[in-house]
Write a protein that binds this ligand. Structure first.
Ligand code: HEM
Length: 187
């Protein structure tokens, strides 16, 4: 049996249906510079400021919801890590056009996107270290706990997914990717 057929349906659907959005997001200016070995501290801080502008209102929505301790939701707040990477006078505008994050399935879809970004963060962290960029608190993220934190998240998400809410979770993940993409590409 292949890995794909063993993976819970919700995770398969999320991965498959949001892949085009992930691939589009990966083409952002910062990541292109990173891949070309031409990243600068300024470009890194620009990207971090964008992420902050999205993470902050997203985390405010998470705070409106009661999570059981298993979610370790406090640890999954990461906007404050960005502040450690920024100059104290940095301008940090917030994204004005967030996806709707009020229902439980909507939150689950957005959590999938933002928790999944910790995986790419590990790759970015290594590339930044190689380029001698110091601002890496955010991308270091969960550090060596990244794998276990992701695995645990996937288990919890799978437990919460039902036939009735699956479509709403996937739609929310797709919309979260699209809104993040639009925000990052907005000058
Ligand atoms: C803020 C932008 C990004 C978001 C929101 C994001 C989101 C995600 C998500 C949701 C996953 C989980 C996919 C799954 O279901 O397995 C993932 C995985 C991954 N992402 Fe990203 N990502 C972002 C940027 C990047 C960038 C720039 C890179 C390249 C350096 C990258 C590389 C990866 C890698 C290597 C994985 C793991 C794939 C695997 O192990 O199967 N991501 N990302």
């Amino acid at each position: 049996m292949s890995f794909a057929s063993e993976s819970p349906v919700i995770l398969q659907r999320l991965r498959t249906e949001t892949r085009p959005y992930h691939d589009a997001l990966e083409q952002n200016e910062f990541n292109q510079a990173l891949n070309a070995g031409q990243v600068s501290a300024a470009a890194t801080q620009w990207f971090l400021a964008k992420l902050y502008g999205f993470l902050k209102p997203y985390e405010a929505q998470l705070d409106q919801h009661q999570f059981s301790p298993a979610w370790e939701i406090e640890q999954r707040h990461r906007a404050h890590l960005i502040l450690a990477d920024m100059p104290p006078d940095a301008s940090l505008p917030l994204c004005p056009d967030m996806p709707p994050l009020t229902t439980w399935p909507q939150l689950l879809g957005a959590l999938y996107v933002m928790e999944g970004s910790t995986l790419g963060g590990q790759v970015i962290n290594r590339q930044l270290a190689k380029a001698g960029i110091e601002s890496r608190t955010y991308f270091s993220g969960y550090g060596e706990r990244t794998g276990p934190m992701w695995k645990r998240f996937c288990q919890l998400l799978t437990e919460e997914a039902t036939d009735a809410n699956q479509a709403e979770i996937v739609d929310s993940a797709s919309l979260t990717f699209q809104k993040l993409h639009a925000w990052i590409n907005q000058p």
